[in-house]
Design a protein around this ligand. Structure first.
Ligand code: ADP
Ligand code: MG
Length: 405
């Protein structure tokens, strides 16, 4: 990683502003799932162990620049107290006198959580004066551990970095940049991309970028049908984006010209509707009218498994079928297991995308994956080759400096 890491910082006695992702799901004012808080603990503990005074900031939900206590981080402060087993101060505004006083009162290793940064419209507008006021709560040191927000040029993610001396990646962020960065810039080959999911239009840029970088691409899921139809193949009632047929045809043509290995399904599992009990399995060419493809078939699974078993780097985004329904989950689960097996045999594997992560967890092999990217939109933009403002804004690590690893 060519960016500063929190591990590089001399934090003893310093107030460090840490942008975390405490955007947890709430139900009736209670935290429904605290995974995001727990995932941040290693970063927080490292800063505490090094004697930093921690000023934590996050957004929660979409309060649209207004104070709305439905989106208050107060319940998160409470949960954090329990998880850390230490006092956690809370400021009812992320800027202003209360936040300033409480940040100065912090002891070494002490923790202050600021109220939702999105209660101010200046946060999403990335307003400079607001960024400067946030920066005023720390001693020139900023740590970003909110990879899921890194594709947003917001004040607490990007703007603040202009007003501090050092901006470093937290441990979660560092792991994301390291895995995704290496896969895209210097992958061990063969590098195989597995893409699926609902829509081509969501992922066009990812397809285009990974076609430049990978050695092979396996396409399944609903998005395969736009490609198949563009080749004149019958797809029945399968999901197709008709306004993307030309683009799909162009991408396939480009792949052919470059001799790029782009594999589409050879067969599939069909039903008359996702809820009808009866299914049948056919080759794509034999797709009956009035039926829709909802999972990849056994020939496709075997072919994809073979490609995956040879890979040294694997990126997977998008389920290969409607895996939420057991009748159409076999393809996705088999591919998840194949990726896990390849990883056990030495490959590096990365999974991104909310539904893909859920599928990996459902398959029971999530633990074996090298890296599960929790960034959502940020992961997709990274895979599409876009620069993320929250990553770009971090301080570059000086070359050949002893101070840094
Ligand atoms: P991710 O969240 O991993 O990025 P997407 O949101 O792009 O993935 O796609 C996931 C959705 O795609 C799932 O809800 C799944 O049911 C749907 N899907 C996959 N294959 C098909 C298919 N053949 N027909 C209809 N829906 C499909
Ligand atoms: Mg999704």
């Amino acid at each position: 990683m060519n960016k500063l890491s929190i591990r590089d910082l001399e934090m003893n006695g310093k107030r460090v502003f840490i942008r975390v992702d405490f955007n947890v799901p709430l139900e009736g004012g209670k935290i429904a799932n605290d995974t995001r808080i727990r995932e941040t603990l290693p970063t927080l503990r490292l800063a505490m162990d090094r004697g930093a005074r921690l000023v934590l900031a996050s957004h929660l939900g979409r309060p649209k620049g207004q104070v709305n206590l439905k989106y208050s981080l107060a319940p998160v402060a409470e949960r954090l107290r329990g998880l850390l087993g230490k006092p956690v101060e809370f400021s009812s505004d992320c800027v202003g006198p209360e936040a300033e006083t409480k940040s100065h009162a912090l002891r070494y290793g002490g923790v202050l959580l600021l109220e939702n940064v999105r209660f101010h419209p200046e946060e999403e507008a990335n307003e400079a004066e607001f960024s400067r006021r946030l920066a005023g709560l720390c001693d020139q040191m900023f740590v970003c551990d909110a990879f899921g927000s890194a594709h947003r040029a917001h004040a607490s993610v990007a703007g603040i970095t202009k007003f501090v001396r050092q901006s470093a990646a937290g441990l979660l962020m560092e792991k994301e940049i390291t895995y995704l960065g290496k896969a895209l810039s210097n992958p061990e080959r063969p590098f195989v991309a597995v893409l699926g999911g609902a829509k081509v239009s969501d992922k066009i840029e990812v397809v285009q970028n990974l076609m430049k970088l990978a050695d092979a691409m396996l396409i399944g899921g609903a998005m395969a049908y736009t490609f198949l139809k563009s080749q004149g193949l019958p797809v029945g009632k399968s999901l197709v984006e008709n306004d993307k047929l030309d683009l799909a045809r162009k991408l396939l043509e480009e792949a052919r010209q470059r001799d790029f290995r782009l594999l589409l399904p050879a067969d599939h599992v069909l039903a008359e509707s996702p809820n009808s009990g009866t299914t049948q399995t056919t080759d794509i060419a034999g797709t009956p009218d009035g039926w829709m493809g909802l999972d990849i078939g056994p020939k496709t699974i075997a072919q994809f498994q073979q490609e995956i078993s040879k890979a040294r780097t694997i990126i997977w985004n998008g389920p290969l079928g409607m895996f939420e329904k057991p009748a159409f989950a076999q393809g996705t689960l088999a591919i998840a297991r194949a990726i896990a097996a390849a990883t056990t045999a030495g490959a590096t594997s990365i999974i991104g995308g909310g539904d893909s992560i859920a599928a990996a967890e459902q398959s029971g092999v999530a633990e074996q994956i090298s890296h599960i990217s929790t960034g959502g939109g940020a992961s997709l933009e990274f895979l599409a080759g876009e620069k993320l403002p929250g990553v770009e804004a971090l301080t570059d690590r000086p070359a050949n400096s002893k101070e840094y690893r």
